[in-house]
Write a protein of this length. Sequence first.
Length: 463
Amino acid sequence: MQYISTRGGIAPISFTQAVMMGLADDGGLLLPVAIPEISADTVAQWRGLSYPELAFAVLSRFIDDIPTDDLRELVAKSYSTFNHREIVPLVKQGDAHILELFHGPTLAFKDVALQFLGNVFEYLLKKSGGRMNILGATSGDTGSAAIYGVRGKERINIFILHPYKRVSPIQELQMTTVTDANVFNLAVRGTFDDGQAIVKTIFNDLSFKEKHQLGAINSINWARIVAQVVYYVYAALKLTGSEGVTKVDFSVPTGNFGDIFAGFVARRMLPAQIRRLILATNENNLLTRFVLNGDYSLGQVRQTSSPSMDIQLASNFERYLYYLNGEDPNRTRQDMERFAAVGNLQFDELAQERVRADFASRSVNEEETKDTIRDFYQQHDYVLDPHTAVGVKAGLTAREPGVPMICLATAHPAKFGEAVRRAIGHEPELPTSLAGLAGKETRCEVMAAEVGAVQEFVERHAL
Ligand SMILES: *Cc1c(COP(=O)(O)O)cnc(C)c1O
């Protein structure tokens, strides 16, 4: 499988090159030249595979430049760190099927992709004899999942900036208790936006980037998307083909559009099994406005109880735009340039019809999120985290009889204990992996929110 850019400015490259490139060199995002549709025979063979077996089968359709045995091993290693035998169990609670994606080391769905990406980076660097210094900023969740993805790995150092004392105590501990020599936590005295701006500035210093082989781990890396395609396929095959169920719907709590884009890819692979994707947003509802009214225009970021979705600019949107534009890279580049200039895009009736054939959407406000956590707990004795609750509310509203609604559970409720307590009166039980964090040794460098300070620190500790 070859990879191209949404903006058409690079010659086709291999999977390995796509993983290492991250963002396409022309500023676009990388995509496979074609999304394979899976035949009925293959679907029959895939039913009943274990999660790692299915992951290997799905990934093989997109990765042809890693030897089969090596890829199998990379997949097995990536999911051996999960603490549930099924990796991503699907549990029925009332009218919802909850796909629990939070059994990885940091208890959020980002582990599914970042455990794999960390192993792929290590494997490819070993082969090439190269090295990488990963630099990123986090508001909480991505940082810990990225750190756990590469801790202790050879040829990789990781530097993660978080806003000092502005992440939850649990999130802070999840990052700072990792004391492997290749992990550097930088707590900057400022906001998440300050951290992100610093990282962006440093990446724009091309000679520094080259000298230190800087690498990124944000959700624009294709390896992250493709690893997430697997659980859509897994859940869809699990519920279809028996008891008269032919199709399923998915509800996806959405921020950067990475997870739901993986759903879009899965739906192209399994058009007979996956009917509709529900794009669920919190009060940051830019993407809902896009689906319902064809209006893609930036607003102000609002803080909510589901902070990993407090995003206005969805970094993976450009991938969908490429398909909406009939796979035309020139139109996509022009649209993105226009958006950069004026801060909005408007879509005509025809485009809107195509969007609504792919997605339904609903925005869920803070009150509804809290009510959903409370009602779900009272009815099913099951605690939802606030991100998952947004998806459950949107999913149950859009549900149609006879079509199972699979709601992605993107985080363990204990990661957002305070929001859960406000809804149900007490905090959820801490899983042992979190309970054990308090009192552990920590390592973290506190510094000013200044490019110079961060750059100098990276300079001194880079591989
Ligand atoms: C990152 C995240 C999301 C949003 O996923 P995107 O791929 O950015 O759309 C939702 N829930 C949780 C818990 C997350 O960490």
